[in-house]
Design a protein around this ligand. Structure first.
Ligand code: BGC
Length: 283
């Protein structure tokens, strides 16, 4: 195994986002930080107007809106708890009033409440399932209602709407100490695939992105010290941590007509984390 420090420039390339989503309207949940923020900015760079959903961190949400506007798109910050049915419905109603419709939903918001399994409280279990799974259900349902009402507008997109479900490598990799989180991501997989199957005849595309380790506030302890970073690299064949923008770019492509024939598929954006790196030398 090559030591990480011998690999030149272990950072992501910077490339310009093509304006693949000109005129489309997107909603990103949990868009005031981490992967959601990057998704919102990449969508704006690609020409979409974006609703920035958040629950805490109003200032950070306002900052994302400013960044969206500096990219020539419209942005609206909207506070809503995505696990609350009424708040979700009010958010979609407001979006339709302000932007006219919804073309893209990035079902991103997610939390971790980690604990050894036998010490996990029902609150920790429910909190994670409520946001990560029920939240995605509630938002996907409202988006689908709007997609079906409007149908395909060929000048905008070949499909009536796109949902991108933010999953994780832990939809497949079991994760000790994170049973609630891994369960929510496993659940997301069959939820979004079943929605994809049911909605494909309406030209609604539902797909997922499963990030590996990405440099965001959710997993700071996995990368903030050199020792932690070095240990993390044992799990990543590509030998760099993911940057939020790696996921933002994948979101744009999945939301665009360039991926029109992708229906019910998970894109693992993980630097090879799913490749059982332990077997590179063992087995
Ligand atoms: C988790 C991160 C973790 C990554 C890889 C993500 O889904 O939110 O905390 O670093 O998976 O294990």
């Amino acid at each position: 195994m090559i030591p990480t420090q011998q690999i030149p420039n272990p950072t992501m390339p910077t490339c310009k986002t093509p304006r693949l989503l000109e005129g489309q309207k997107a909603l990103v949940t949990g868009a005031n930080s981490g992967i959601g923020r990057a998704a919102a900015l990449s969508l704006a760079e690609a020409g979409a107007d974006v609703v920035v959903n958040y629950i805490g961190g109003e200032e950070a949400a306002a900052d994302v809106v400013k960044e969206i506007e500096s990219r020539g798109s419209r942005g609206i910050a909207y506070r809503a708890d995505i696990s609350d049915e009424q708040q979700v419905q009010a958010m979609f109603a407001e979006m339709c009033r302000e932007f006219g419709t919804v073309d893209i939903l990035v079902n991103n918001a997610g939390i971790q409440k980690d604990s050894p399994f036998d010490q996990m409280t029902l609150e920790q279990w429910n909190a994670v399932l409520n946001v990560n799974l029920t939240g995605q259900f509630l938002c996907a349902r409202e988006a689908v209602r709007e997609f079906k009402r409007r149908g395909v507008v060929p000048e905008v997109s070949c499909s009536a709407g796109k949902i991108i479900s933010m999953s994780s490598v832990h939809d497949s990799i079991p994760w000790a100490g994170h049973v609630n989180y891994a369960t929510s991501k496993g659940g997301i997989m069959l939820m979004y695939k079943s929605i994809a199957q049911e909605m494909a005849p309406y030209r609604i595309r539902v797909n997922a992105i499963a990030p590996g380790a990405v440099r965001t506030p959710i997993n700071t302890e996995a990368w903030e010290t050199p020792a932690a970073y070095e240990e993390l690299m044992q799990l990543i064949p590509y030998k760099r941590i993911g940057e939020p923008r790696d996921i933002g770019q994948a979101v744009v492509w999945l939301a665009s007509d360039q991926s029109d024939y992708l229906v019910g598929t998970t894109l693992y954006v993980d630097g090879g984390m799913m490749l059982y790196p332990g077997f590179a030398t063992g087995g």
